[in-house]
Design a protein around this ligand. Structure first.
Ligand code: AMP
Length: 121
């Protein structure tokens, strides 16, 4: 499946949809999740058109890769959740439960987050 240039995050990146960035650099932009699953829930996306983590790992430059990883940790620090700990989630593809087909890292914290997964049999 190729990259969908009309996905929600593509529209945020090119200004078709509004956003309130909490952090940005040459290669990333970060903003609050619209439907938070924790007291603090933020999304860190690359500016480049990458549909998921596999695509990003295969295609992105070293600078893009490094900036995205650094932005995940920087957002945790900026939002005050780094000191008590936080969780980064990257849902990928159908089985990973990815809804928006533009790579995004969820940064969650602000309270104990419980078990990593609830087991489904
Ligand atoms: P995922 O299931 O990993 O693809 O996560 C997509 C996330 O994007 C969900 O947590 C949504 O709440 C979030 N989301 C969808 N639209 C927006 C938006 N316009 N601004 C911020 N977050 C959004």
């Amino acid at each position: 499946m190729s990259y969908d240039p009309d996905n929600i995050f593509a529209q945020i990146l090119d200004g078709r949809l509004p956003s309130a960035p909490i952090d940005q650099d040459d290669h990333t932009i970060s903003f609050a999740d619209i439907n938070p699953q924790a007291p603090q829930h933020h999304l860190v996306i690359p500016r480049g058109a990458y549909k998921d983590l596999t695509d990003f790992a295969d295609q992105a430059s070293d600078a893009e890769l490094a900036n995205w990883v650094r932005a995940l940790a920087r957002v945790a620090k900026k939002t005050g959740i780094a000191s008590d700990g936080y969780r980064v989630i990257v849902n990928t593809g159908k089985n990973g439960g990815q809804e928006v087909p533009h790579l995004h890292g969820h940064v969650l914290g602000g309270a104990p987050l419980g078990a990593m997964l609830s087991r489904k049999t």
